[in-house]
Design a binder for this molecule. Structure first.
Ligand code: FA5
Ligand code: MG
Length: 386
């Protein structure tokens, strides 16, 4: 259920609304617009595009690996950075101590040791320790990030892990790592065919601390290559630490919104949070062939904002402030220009696109929003407006 209370308790951890504790507790950077989405669990709604997609992926695994994959979709999104024997979000998946993803700039901290999980990989180690060898974990994940049609600070991932014991690859004629990498790609290409039939896609080599080799899958969508998942062969250290010393494994993390955008032709990620009947009534349980019919064709309205930055300025902080003022009326925040003058001062110009998915915005309303954004940027980000 949506959270209206000032204090929320999940899994024994208390989180307060920002107006209640933020002032007094600098270790909490969860804003109200994020706070209010905790617990909504779109992935557990069978009539919602994210729930429909989750069930379609379940079907693929049930058909191809009968009664193999154990499914979890209700694990608590509030996870530890550091605990005596469990360090879920980062340490357990070997994220180095100085990795950017640990910073307050990238991750929502509930307090110094506890975060809103930034990926479902946070649950890999505990489930391996519990003895699972084939599992899927679906859940809401949280990230401070940029703002555009494919990025939102709350989204959904599905993690998949498959562990092989030595007798599974020993007669294959290849080494364990190549065997797992090949099996992984076959599995995910099969999933893409199951969901989409024919789409244009490509594999890209990448880096994750918890897999080697690592890959991303991109799909051609709205005239761009869009990254839909990350995956790879699990680092041996993770298996060794969690009781699977002689095994090899693969893992993937799917971005469910991105896949649902392709599947249902949904043009903007904000729509997943819409409660407008004209959105929700277009989807129903088990129906995969549906193409979304847009009901808002209002043009976006662009406003520029320029300022001299300070050393502490980051784009994620700017996005957070803009989202805090404009909520889902902000469609994109994009750097247009940047220069450094002779005195070494750096100026940046950002273009903000405002558009409602549901109605037409008046000039007055947009001017007021932009005014409020300017005020908030100036007071919260230590920049000098130009
Ligand atoms: C991860 O989160 C890794 N944990 C995935 C993984 C799991 C790799 C297991 C290897 C083994 P990444 O940060 O790339 O990776 O995110 C995975 C997917 O989430 C992306 O491909 C994208 O589809 C989606 N995603 C990432 N950020 C956002 C965002 N702000 N809004 C919507 N979707 C996002
Ligand atoms: Mg990525």
């Amino acid at each position: 259920t949506p959270v209206a209370a000032a204090l929320l308790e999940i899994g024994g951890v208390k989180i307060a609304r920002d107006d209640v504790v933020r002032e007094s507790d600098p270790t909490n950077n969860v804003p109200d617009n994020i706070f209010s989405k905790i617990g909504l669990q779109l992935h557990r709604k069978d009539n919602h595009p994210i729930g429909i997609l989750k069930n379609a992926i379940y079907d693929y695994f049930d058909t191809n690996y009968p009664s193999k994959f154990v499914k979890f979709d209700d694990l608590c999104p509030i996870v530890s950075v550091q605990q005596i024997c469990s360090l879920q979000n980062f340490d357990e998946v070997l994220v180095p101590a100085d990795h950017v993803s640990r910073s307050y700039n990238d991750t929502y901290y509930v307090n110094a040791d506890t975060v809103l999980r930034c990926h479902t990989s946070a649950h890999q180690a505990e489930l391996l320790r519990e003895g699972h060898s084939h599992f899927l974990v679906t859940g809401d994940v949280y990230r401070r990030d940029s703002i555009d049609s494919t990025h939102y600070p709350v989204f959904h991932q599905m993690e998949g892990v498959r562990v092989f014991s030595p007798d599974e690859w020993k007669d294959s004629g290849t080494d364990a790592t190549s065997y797992a990498a090949m099996d992984l790609k076959i599995c995910l290409e099969g999933l893409a065919r199951h969901l989409f039939g024919a789409v244009e896609m490509r594999w890209v080599d990448t880096y994750f601390p918890f897999t080697d080799p690592s890959f991303e899958l991109e799909i051609y969508f709205q005239e761009n290559w869009m990254e839909v998942l990350g995956c790879g062969v699990t680092e041996q250290d993770i298996l060794t630490r969690n009781g699977r010393k002689d095994s090899v494994a693969w893992a993937f993390g799917l971005g469910l919104e991105r896949l649902a955008m392709v599947l249902f032709d949904i043009p903007d990620i904000r729509l997943f949070w819409s409660t407008d009947q004209r959105f929700t009534s277009q989807f129903s349980e088990g129906k995969l062939g549906v193409k979304f019919k847009p009901f808002s064709k209002f043009p976006p309205c662009y406003k520029d904002i320029s300022f001299w930055i300070s050393d502490s300025f980051t784009e994620n902080n700017l996005c957070e402030v803009v989202r805090g003022v404009a909520g889902d009326l902000v469609e994109e925040v994009k750097l247009m220009d940047k220069f450094t003058n002779k005195k070494g001062m750096t100026s940046q110009c950002y273009r903000i696109a405002y558009r409602s998915m549901e109605r037409s915005l008046t000039d007055e309303e947009i001017n007021q929003l932009q005014w409020n954004v300017r005020e908030a940027v100036q007071s919260k980000l230590h920049v000098t407006l130009r």
